[in-house]
Design a binder for this molecule. Structure first.
Ligand code: GRF
Length: 225
């Protein structure tokens, strides 16, 4: 049997703008020891966001910066990510973070920043993904976790979770089902990174020492060892 490797807990910074249910799932997975990770910072761009309250309830002092107090995107990001960097995170997770990042920020954190997006990328980048999936008659819809690149919702996809669109679905039922999948998908991907199985090498995601040639489909296959 392979010897268990003891690895340092992955240091995670989470950026969130809204409800924070994906943050909550990560917080609980860390607290319950299901993830070998520690959330070292939670920050956002909206002071009243429920996500920040969830962090506070979990004993993490969150902070937010008001974009209106900065002259432009690059200056805002520089201020925000200076504080992020001070916590020396191994990974930045955008979990419902609703601001577009400055190109310099994306470049500085490339390979160390992931985003969760509620569609099966490359379908339906941007907003209103559930509405678009329904309007376009998609047979399947779901969620993707991807490395962040300069292109909005366009970075290399790591993994996806899909659900069949039902004839009686509306935006509400479909979004709820996708959100439930997201709550499984995001910690699973972070788990692969925490186990150092998923890495960023040569500008691409690698899994278990080989380039990931297509996104992993949730649920992930169980490894033999
Ligand atoms: C999720 O659907 C995520 O894919 C998208 O924003 C939503 C965030 O939800 N980027 P929550 O704030 O984590 O509840």
């Amino acid at each position: 049997m392979a010897e268990a490797v003891t690895r340092a807990p992955l240091r995670i910074a989470v950026l969130a703008s809204g409800r924070g249910s994906n943050l909550q799932v990560l917080l609980e997975a860390c607290q319950q020891g299901r993830l070998n990770a520690e959330i070292v910072l939670v920050a956002g761009d909206r002071a009243g966001a429920p996500a920040l309250a969830r962090a506070a309830a979990a004993g993490i002092a969150p902070f937010s910066l008001d974009p209106k107090a900065f002259p432009d995107r690059a200056t805002f990001d520089a201020a925000l990510f200076r504080q992020v960097g001070e916590q020396r995170p191994d990974l930045v997770v955008l979990a419902g973070y609703m601001r577009i990042l400055a190109a310099e920020t994306v470049e500085a954190w490339q390979g160390r920043m992931i985003n969760i997006h509620p569609s099966l990328l490359p379908r339906h980048r941007g907003l209103h993904t559930h509405r678009k999936a329904l309007a376009q008659g998609d047979a399947e819809h779901g969620s993707s976790v991807h490395f962040v690149s300069a292109e909005l919702d366009g970075g290399p996809v790591i993994a996806q979770a899909a659900t069949a669109v039902r004839p009686d679905d509306d935006e509400s039922t479909l979004s709820q089902r996708v959100l439930q999948l997201e709550h499984q998908l995001l910690p699973a991907v972070v788990g692969l990174i925490a186990e150092r199985r998923l890495q960023w090498r040569h500008h691409a995601p690698w899994l278990d020492g080989a380039p990931l040639d297509r996104p992993l489909a949730w649920p992930f296959p169980v490894r033999a060892d």
